[in-house]
Design a protein around this ligand. Structure first.
Ligand SMILES: [Zn+2]
Length: 497
C-alpha cells in the first residue's frame, strides 16, 4: 500500500500532475511479425524459434501482412490517421533477451498518428463530462524475449532466457501527456483496452503480457506552462497498480521538489507489495538507441485501397454502440455502460433484446439477476447456466404477468444450483404461475383502503401517483407473489369505485 508519508491537501493542490502512457498490445496473429514461428503462449521455452527471430547472420525478415492489418485496424478504432508510407527502423541496444542486438520498430515515420480516446470524467459515467486524450502515434514493432528469474532448478544464481516471445508482433500506442490525475490514466487504460478488445486484434491479457503499460509522470506548480522532469514507471501489470504507482510518484516528486531537490529523469519499477517505486536505470534518450532505417525491409505502404479494406472490418465501437442501444432499447446510460462491458455481453444482450417483448426488462434482468449471480459464483458470461434465450423467455413470462419478480428470482436460483437453463428448470417445476385469484387481493385492498383514509382522499382528489403507495403495500403483504398488473387493476377499481 502507498507508503509515502501522506502530503497535506494544500501541498497536493499546489502541483499539477502531467501523465502520458505508453501501452504495448500484442497482436493476435498466428505467426510472428517477421517469420513464420508460432506466437502461441505457454509452449516449452525456445521451441518457437528460427534463424530470423534468433537473429542469426544472414537471416532476412519478411513482414507479416496480418500484423499490419491488425495494427491499422486498432489505429482506426483509436481515430488515428494512417500514414500511407511508414518506415521500419532498428532500435539498437544490448540486452540478453535480444539476440540481434537491436529491435525492429518504427521511429520517425510510424504507421499511424494523431488519434484520441474520449474518457468519462465522472465515475457514474452518466453526466456526459468527457475529455479527449490525444494519441500521438501507433507503431508496429517486434517483442523481445523473456528473462526468467524463477521456476527452474538453479534459479537462485542463474537467469534463463526464453526466446519464444522474440519477434511477436506488438502495437505500441503512445498517448499525449494529456492526463492530469491517476484516475484519468486509469480511465484512459480502461477505454483503450475496451476499444482494442472490440476490434479483436488482441486479447489484452495482462497476466500473459499481451497488454503492458509504461507510465510517464511529472509534476509542475499549477499555472506553470513548462513540464517538470518526468520519470517513467515501467511494466506495471494491472491498471490498479498503474494508478497506485502514479499516486506514489506524484507524492514523491512533490516531496523532492518541496525539499529543494531535483527529480532525476529515470525509469522506475513499481513494487506492488510495498506500494513503492524504485529507480532502475537512468532513462535513455532517443539518440542513445541510434535509430536508423531497417535495411532489410522496404518502406511499408498501406495505400488507400488497402486502408479501405481494413476499415470495412472495423466493428461498431463501444461508445457508438452505447449511444445506439440507449435509443434502440430505451435503456439508460448506466444500463448501456454495463451491457457493453464486453463485446460478447453486448452481442448477447442485443440478441435477447431483439426478440423479447420488452428490451428494457431484459436489460434489468441481465444486470440485476444474471450478472450478479455470475459474479457471486466467479463465473464468466460464457459459463452461465442461463442462456440469453433463457433470459428472454423469463423476461417475457414476467412481462405477461405469468410469473412474478419473486418467482423469477427463485427460478434463477434453481438454474444456478442445478446448472440448467431457464426453460428446463421452468418446465421441471411444472410451469409455475402466479396467482390470478382476485378474491384474496380484493380483501387486502379493502383492508388497506380502510386503514389509510388520508391516502385514499389524496388519490381521489387527483393525486393518481398515490396508487404506488397501495401497490407497494399489497406487494409486500403478498410477499412479492402477487401479479403487479392484477394488483393495479384491483386497486384502481376499488379506489375509483
Ligand atoms: Zn522465427
Amino acid at each position: 500500500m502507498a507508503s509515502t508519508p501522506a502530503l497535506s491537501e494544500d501541498l497536493l493542490a499546489k502541483y499539477e500532475p502531467v501523465i502520458g502512457l505508453e501501452v504495448h498490445v500484442q497482436l493476435l496473429t498466428a505467426s510472428k511479425i517477421f517469420c513464420s514461428c508460432s506466437t502461441r503462449f505457454g509452449d516449452p521455452p525456445n521451441t518457437n524459434v528460427c534463424p530470423v527471430c534468433l537473429g542469426l547472420p544472414g537471416a532476412l525478415p519478411v513482414l507479416n501482412r496480418k500484423a499490419v492489418e491488425f495494427a491499422a485496424l486498432a489505429a482506426m478504432a483509436l481515430e488515428c490517421r494512417i500514414n500511407e508510407v511508414s518506415i521500419f527502423a532498428r532500435k539498437n541496444y544490448f540486452y540478453p533477451d535480444l539476440p540481434k542486438g537491436y529491435q525492429i520498430s518504427q521511429y520517425d515515420k510510424p504507421l499511424a498518428e494523431f488519434g484520441f480516446i474520449e474518457i468519462d470524467l465522472n465515475e457514474s459515467k452518466t453526466n456526459g463530462r468527457r475529455k479527449k486524450i490525444g494519441i500521438t502515434r501507433l507503431h508496429l514493432e517486434e517483442d523481445a524475449g523473456k528473462s526468467l528469474h524463477e521456476g527452474f532448478a538453479d534459479a537462485t544464481h542463474k537467469t534463463a532466457i526464453d526466446l519464444n516471445r522474440t519477434g511477436v508482433p506488438l502495437a505500441e500506442i503512445v498517448s499525449e501527456p494529456d492526463m492530469r490525475s491517476p484516475e484519468e490514466a486509469y480511465e484512459y487504460l480502461t477505454r483503450l483496452k475496451e476499444i482494442i478488445l472490440y476490434t479483436g486484434v488482441s486479447d489484452c491479457n495482462m497476466e500473459e503480457g499481451s497488454l503492458r503499460c509504461d507510465a510517464n509522470i511529472s509534476v509542475r506548480p499549477r499555472g506553470q506552462r513548462e513540464f517538470g522532469t518526468k520519470t517513467e514507471v515501467k511494466n506495471v501489470n494491472s491498471f490498479r497498480f498503474v494508478k497506485q504507482a502514479l499516486e506514489y510518484e506524484i507524492e514523491r516528486h512533490i516531496e523532492v521538489l518541496e525539499s529543494g531537490g531535483k527529480i532525476i529523469q529515470e525509469s522506475r519499477l513499481y513494487n506492488a507489495n510495498e506500494g513503492k517505486t524504485y529507480g532502475m536505470r537512468s532513462k535513455e534518450q532517443a539518440h542513445d538507441y541510434r535509430y536508423f532505417p531497417e535495411p532489410d525491409l522496404l518502406p511499408l505502404v498501406v495505400d488507400e485501397k488497402w486502408q479501405a479494406a481494413i476499415r470495412a472490418s472495423l466493428p461498431e465501437l463501444p461508445e457508438a454502440r452505447r449511444q445506439r442501444m440507449m435509443k434502440e432499447y430505451g435503456i439508460t446510460a448506466g444500463d448501456a455502460h454495463t451491457l457493453t462491458l464486453t463485446r460478447a455481453l453486448a452481442d448477447q444482450f442485443e440478441s435477447a433484446a431483439r426478440t423479447a417483448r420488452n428490451p428494457k426488462r431484459v436489460a434489468n434482468l441481465v444486470q440485476s439477476e444474471l450478472l450478479g449471480r455470475l459474479k457471486a459464483q466467479g463465473l464468466e458470461l460464457e459459463q452461465s447456466p442461463i442462456s440469453m434465450a433463457g433470459v428472454t423467455a423469463s423476461a417475457d413470462l414476467v412481462e405477461s404477468g405469468a410469473i412474478s419478480g419473486k418467482m423469477l428470482k427463485d427460478l434463477y436460483d434453481l438454474c444456478f444450483e442445478r446448472k440448467q437453463d431457464f426453460p428446463t428448470v421452468y418446465e421441471a417445476q411444472g410451469r409455475p404461475e402466479q396467482s390470478r385469484d382476485t378474491s384474496a387481493l380484493e380483501k387486502l385492498a379493502d383492508e388497506l383502503i380502510a386503514a389509510n383514509p388520508r391516502q385514499v382522499e389524496q388519490y381521489r382528489a387527483g393525486k393518481k401517483t398515490m396508487i404506488g403507495f397501495f401497490v407497494g403495500q399489497v406487494m409486500r403483504a403478498s410477499n412479492g407473489q402477487a401479479n403487479p398488473q392484477l394488483v393495479n387493476e384491483v386497486l384502481k377499481k376499488k379506489l375509483e369505485g
